[in-house]
Design a protein around this ligand. Structure first.
Ligand code: APR
Length: 263
């Protein structure tokens, strides 16, 4: 498997003092979580994700959108971190000044042992109230049946916030919404200060997240991309490693630190 690593790549990571791991939907693809641009299925097949991931869509049809996010949440809860997530946690353990910046709304980095990944696009596990101050939603959640088969999902009425009676919405950043300021600032600062940025499984087309690897490159860091496909980031990367996150990231960690991969 070392063959995927051109000479000189592993030492780039092995010698790094400050690392950023920027993960996109491709990082979780090997855990069975569809990427954002994968075709939607079932009830949502006639939509593309952009149509559903907006405040307008939610207010136009809350049951459709809430159903979609609850279906996605149930699928994530049944998924397991893959060797890509585990290798990320290993890098953090070996290089304390590592910042994980996730565009994903799943919790697979946390379940793989990552300390405090920055969630630029929110989380499926932090529903909040639609009220102006966006306070965390207070409602009785059917969290108990973790193993429940999400099936093909369906329409589902969002609960009402016990605190103010308003609708509860998914705690994710929808298209047209601003990213959480503190998260974005922390990600930008980490990118500007890092020696190495790993861009894993992102198409690099959604801003401002897509600016993060470009900030690192402009600041003189080595940018290593891991993606089976070419992306808009290819030109700014020091190295483009063609392959899956679950395959290439553990191989890179193994070569950089001489640490055997975790299954
Ligand atoms: N390993 C690594 N990369 C993969 C894998 C894999 N197993 N499978 C697919 N990929 C790559 C694809 O080639 C693609 O470039 O992952 C990328 C996924 O791209 P997107 O679906 O566009 O996801 P992402 O870049 O994370 O999207 C950014 O856009 O839609 C919003 O909020 C959403 O966070 C998302 C953001």
């Amino acid at each position: 498997m070392e063959s995927v690593l051109p000479p000189g790549v592993a030492p780039l990571l092995g010698r790094a003092g400050r690392v950023v791991v920027l993960s996109g939907a491709g990082m979780s693809a090997d855990s069975g979580v569809p990427t954002f641009r994968d075709e939607l299925t079932g009830l949502w097949a006639r939509f593309d994700a952009h149509q559903l991931a907006t405040a307008e869509a939610f207010h136009a049809d809350p049951d459709l959108v809430w159903g979609w996010y609850e279906w996605r949440r149930a699928r994530v809860r049944r998924a397991r971190p893959n060797p890509g997530h585990l290798a990320t946690a290993t890098i953090e353990a070996l290089i304390p000044d590592t910042v994980v910046v996730s565009q994903n709304v799943d919790d697979l980095h946390e379940r793989a042992g990552s300390r405090a990944p920055i969630h630029l696009h929110g989380s499926l596990f932090a529903p909040r109230c639609v009220a102006e101050d966006a306070h965390p939603a207070v409602f009785s959640d059917s969290e108990d049946d973790e193993a429940a088969d999400p099936g093909t999902g369906g329409r589902l009425s969002p609960p009402s916030c016990v605190r103010c009676g308003a609708l509860v919405r998914p705690g994710v950043v929808w298209f047209g919404e601003v990213l959480p300021e503190a998260a974005l600032t922390a990600a930008v600062e980490a990118a500007a200060a890092c020696d190495v940025l790993l861009a894993v499984g992102t198409s690099g087309v959604v801003y401002p997240a897509a600016e993060i690897p470009r900030i690192a490159a402009r600041s003189g860091a080595a940018v290593i991309q891991i993606n089976p496909q070419p992306t808009s980031l290819d030109q700014i990367c020091t190295v483009n490693l063609r392959g899956s996150a679950a395959q290439v990231l553990p191989t890179l960690v193994e070569a950089a630190f001489g640490i055997a991969r975790q299954a």
